[in-house]
Design a protein around this ligand. Structure first.
Ligand SMILES: *[C@@H]1O[C@H](CO)[C@@H](O)[C@H](O)[C@H]1NC(C)=O
Ligand SMILES: *[C@@H]1O[C@H](CO)[C@@H](O)[C@H](O)[C@H]1NC(C)=O
Ligand SMILES: *[C@@H]1O[C@H](CO)[C@@H](O)[C@H](O)[C@H]1NC(C)=O
Ligand SMILES: *[C@@H]1O[C@H](CO)[C@@H](O)[C@H](O)[C@H]1NC(C)=O
Length: 373
């Protein structure tokens, strides 16, 4: 009987290696891959990364998404592009004093960017891949091909505030046909009265602590992908405006150099849950997902229009990522801080101008009567 001992030992070994590697999550796999040559070559195996991706993003189990990922360079690259989050540290250096002069020294062409460039970016090339988890358990996956209402190059989309509202447009196959709910079986604390919740905020704390969002945007032509979400919520509003809504904000800070005067914008991802049935004997609270949306805002809180949004999303695909999560959060909070300071300065300035106007008015009034009398 002739066997090829060396080869079979080799393949046995690599089976074992493979089996070990298969059990690792993404960051572990990436660091093990650097430790030795054998691991390194095996860890290039696409199926390992396919496993990792499907556990991080359940939406990558869909056949259409698998085909998409293969067409833009495979699962390993997809993971490397989308697991680390976008970080933008230029916010701190942002000179908002100069910004107060805007928009006088910006021509319309500058403001809207290179029109040739924006025409070459088609909204149809963007795909959004969204996954929500609550306490590690996937509760919702959605995939959106193209950007809704961004048909052709008509001015309407380009000049109106950009917004993607996922619950209205996501294609309805798979389990996405409708309502996403969270209940006690998903790990929500049993809230029997809104009165109590208003006081202790137990439900709110669990929601804020347990929800994770990933919003990946892919450009099929550029073959690049990026995660625009912050995994966990950046902040939120409770009981607003109807006392039954829980609004959570996720997002990132995106570069807008040569696109907008503010140089950076904020990508705001809103997730809203609304309380369904409470205050009844024996009925446990459950929550329904009622909004899942994306918009971009500049430093002043103004919405970014469709044309500039496409340019910014395109830039976002190739900007710096970081595996250091605290660094990412730091840059998001820094943005909010600078934006709030800017708002305050503007408000102070405006009220100062108002006072000046009133004083001038009174003076004019008194002078007038003084002259008349
Ligand atoms: C835009 O395209 C036109 C023709 O396609 C070209 O003549 C013009 O130079 C381009 N402008 C810029 C700024 O690239
Ligand atoms: C707009 O989109 C619809 C469906 O997606 C398509 O049939 C139509 O041709 C598009 N129109 C333009 C002007 O691109
Ligand atoms: C992560 O970022 C924080 C804040 O920027 C920094 O203090 C820390 O040293 C970084 N950690 C690593 C491992 O780079
Ligand atoms: C208020 O705005 C004016 C111009 O609109 C500017 O000259 C002035 O410096 C601003 N004041 C402050 C306190 O920012």
């Amino acid at each position: 009987m002739s066997v090829a001992p060396v080869e079979s030992i080799g393949s046995l070994n690599s089976d074992i290696f493979y089996d070990i590697l298969r059990r690792l999550d993404g960051p572990e796999l990436a660091s093990v891959a650097c430790t030795c040559a054998a691991f390194c070559s095996i860890s290039k195996e696409e199926s390992l990364w396919e496993n990792v991706c499907s556990s991080v993003w359940p939406s990558t189990n869909r056949e259409d998404v698998k085909t998409l990922i293969s067409s833009i360079g495979g699962f390993r690259k997809f993971y490397a592009d989308c697991f680390p989050l976008i970080v933008n540290k230029e916010v701190g250096q942002y000179q908002w004093n100069n910004f107060l002069d805007y928009p006088d020294d910006w021509t319309e062409a500058e403001y809207y960017g290179d029109t040739n460039e924006s025409e070459s970016i088609s909204p149809l090339d963007f795909v959004s891949i969204i996954d929500i988890r609550f306490k590690e358990k996937p509760i919702c996956s959605k995939v959106l091909w193209g950007i809704p209402n961004a048909n052709g190059s008509d001015g309407w989309f380009h000049n109106c505030p950009f917004r993607i509202d996922l619950l209205n447009y996501a294609d309805g196959d798979g389990n996405s046909d409708g309502v996403v709910t969270l209940s006690v079986t998903d790990g929500l604390p049993p809230i029997t009265s809104m009165e109590r919740e208003r006081k202790d905020g137990e439900l709110w704390l669990e929601l804020r602590g347990g929800l994770m969002l990933s919003w990946i945007i892919v450009n099929t032509k550029m073959k690049q992908a990026a995660n625009l979400a912050s995994w966990s919520p950046l902040d939120g509003l409770r009981h607003w405006p109807t006392d039954k809504d829980f609004i959570l904000r996720f997002g990132s800070v995106l570069p807008a150099k040569n696109i907008l005067p503010s140089q950076v914008v904020q990508c705001i991802l809103i997730m809203k849950f609304t309380v369904v049935h409470t205050e009844e004997e024996g009925v446990q609270t459950s929550l329904k997902l009622t909004e899942l949306s994306m918009k971009l805002e500049d430093m002043e809180g103004a919405h970014v229009n469709g044309r500039n949004s496409l340019l910014i999303l395109k830039e976002a695909l190739s900007c710096r990522r970081s595996k250091n999560y605290s660094e990412v959060l730091e840059s998001c909070h820094m943005y909010s801080k600078v934006a709030n300071e800017l708002k305050e300065v503007k408000m102070r300035n405006e009220s100062w101008l108002d006072t000046l106007c009133i004083l001038t008015g009174i003076t004019a009034f008194m002078t007038f009567w003084y002259c008349v009398l």
